[in-house]
Design a binder for this molecule. Sequence first.
Ligand SMILES: [Zn+2]
Length: 458
Amino acid sequence: MSVTDETLAQARQILTDLVAIPSVSARRQSLDACAAQVANLLETAGLRTEVHPGAVGPFVIGETGAGEFTLIIYNHYDVQPEEPVAEWLSPPFALTEREGRLFGRGAADDKGEFVSRLAGWNAFRAEQPGLLPFRLIWIVDGEEEVGNPSLADFLKKRFPYLRADLCWWEFGEIDSSGRPVVLMGFKGILAVELACTTARADLHSSYGAIADNPLWRLSAAIASLRNADGRVLIEGFYDEIAPPDDLTKQLVDKPPFTLDSMMDATGVKNVLKGVKEGNFYERLNLAPCLNVNGFHGGYDGEGAKSVLPAQGSAKLDFRLVPDQDPRRIADLLRAHLDRLGFEDIELTILDAEVEAVRSPSDHWAVTLGCELLERHFGVSPVLQPSSPASGLAQPFVRDFGATLFGAGLTHHGAMLHSPNENIIIDQFERMIRFASDFFDALSAQAVQRANAPPSGSR
Ligand SMILES: [Zn+2]
């Protein structure tokens, strides 16, 4: 496919116009306007479009084509708040070019990703305008940045019987050397709050000789949950986890970066006991973990206060791996606390909606995508079995049966959710070229596969 300078200029204009709409879902700002703009873009691109209300912002759906193969593209048009505004070097909602980059809220997350694919699609359709030989369903979400409160329900209702082959995820990464990193999975998450009350009111700390203390109880309970290796000590916590398949094992055995470089980049001073160059990447991808996010209670003002607090609380999150059901893990946590005599510690589930997914990396469309990424980025991409972070991919992967394909242009200095969010123009344009070739190659494969004799016949 040929992507002209005119296509690239148009893409930049489309992105400029989208960034100009401050579609901040946390404030429910300009979501209808942005959804209408996205729907208009998809319609102009030849897709049948629908706009459906969501809990926070509307969903935009674009559909076209028919065939055995079904591609879902998932993007979102909502963005994070732009604050702190004073730290932006140019106005957050005015896409601005500086030093080979485009700066603006949503430039990367996720308007830039969306526009790179849309521009690629338009270039492809300019040369191949006929009936698309596969089914394309483009889902553009308006509430991704506020935790997808209604995505799973919406998809179930709108597409009750859908089976899909590939889900082109809303983003992918490009590492500091310019190499694409294709995500094949995400961890799940369970977020909880533990709370403990030991008296009607705060007491003089002299009562500590006889009365219990909620912060002691919470710290003892939390300390019982994990050892120094990072291994979670809750009975049954690891029981459901299936060992990784050979391909996944091979992928995590070849880390695309070193532990040293990661420590350097993040300023991490020490790692958990037993973590070394030889196993850190496997643990990042495949191991569940438990974090204490915050600990609250008592007096933490200036100077000393000899108080025995009446209440305390802590927030924790578990990053889970495939087959660990967040609600079941919450039950196991409750049982663990009860068994150790912490029945009085209240457990509140804050988030148990995101389950881990991991797709097989040997799907033909993933291989095809990787070949084309290599052609356009000049270096063979890294397949990453799982992001160490979480994303609500289970409606696509588990319910629709699609293989996850996380290819995109989020680079290491993209400043997602932060001031001066940006994309690198060169990578944006490579993504457009890649997208247009990817649509073309998927079409060719769809035709070829439809015409191939059924397997088993000669
Ligand atoms: Zn985001």
